[in-house]
Design a protein around this ligand. Structure first.
Ligand code: HEC
Length: 207
């Protein structure tokens, strides 16, 4: 009996001790460029999709009318394009994150563009709640309900012919690069981010 109890206690200790040893000395993946753990993708995506299936709204709260698409494109440009890319312009760093930021204007077979094959309610859930341990933020306290739906409805229609003004918002690069000798015709929107005046530096208190 005594041997059994000691064995049991040792067994109970070995598991957490080896887990700690592996975390401390076993080189678990921590860098973006490290290889994935076995089944990492499944471990993360099975519970995420189960939760989204339970909670996502079945119907979009609005139509994909031109006004909603345009406002959705403005939201997208300001909040999402840095990671998820613009129309024909992938994000510079989206592919160098772990997990990668999917490029939401990239066609990827069977006529699908970005997440156009997901119902708007699924995208709305992701925008509202974010995706833990990925770069995907929760916009619950950043955008209002209307804006979260507008951007979700836009992405659900990414495979459709979008109105010209919507495309114009999505095609303009985030920061214009000045090309020497380029035509200086005024762009349709301000492309240069105004530089904030530097904060005045307080002199250090003399001792
Ligand atoms: C800081 C970078 C970042 C920003 C900003 C960001 N996302 Fe994401 N997003 C991600 C990453 C990374 C993923 C991948 C998460 C994963 O694979 O689990 C993701 C995933 C998604 C997905 C799921 C894609 C798929 O293939 O299923 C959608 C939809 C999405 N984001 C929409 C948006 C929208 C809309 C915005 C703006 C309101 C936004 N994201 C802002 C990084 C970002």
């Amino acid at each position: 009996m005594r041997g059994f109890v000691i064995g049991l206690l040792l067994g109970l200790l070995i598991l957490p001790a080896s887990a700690w040893w592996w975390l401390r000395y076993g080189h678990p993946p921590v860098a973006v460029t490290d290889p994935r753990l076995p089944m990492e993708k499944q471990i993360v995506s099975v519970p995420l999709h189960a939760r989204i299936d339970r909670e996502m709204p079945a119907h979009a709260a609005m139509d994909a009318n031109p006004a909603n698409l345009l406002l959705g494109a403005e939201v997208y440009r300001q909040q999402c394009a840095g990671c998820h890319g613009l129309y024909g312009r992938p994000s510079a760093f989206g592919a160098h994150m772990f997990p990668q930021s999917p490029q939401l204007w990239a066609p990827h077979g069977h006529g699908v563009v970005g997440v156009s094959d997901d119902p708007p309610g699924e995208t709305y859930w992701k925008v509202k709640n974010g995706i833990r341990l990925s770069g995907m933020p929760s916009y619950k306290d950043i955008l209002n309900e209307t804006q979260m739906w507008q951007v979700s409805v836009l992405l659900a229609n990414a495979d459709k012919q979008l109105p010209a003004d919507v495309l114009a918002v999505l095609q303009q690069p985030l920061v214009a690069v000045a090309t020497p000798g380029a035509d200086s015709a005024a762009p349709s929107r301000p492309t240069v981010i105004p530089v904030q005046p530097p904060i005045p530096v307080q002199p250090l208190p003399s001792e």
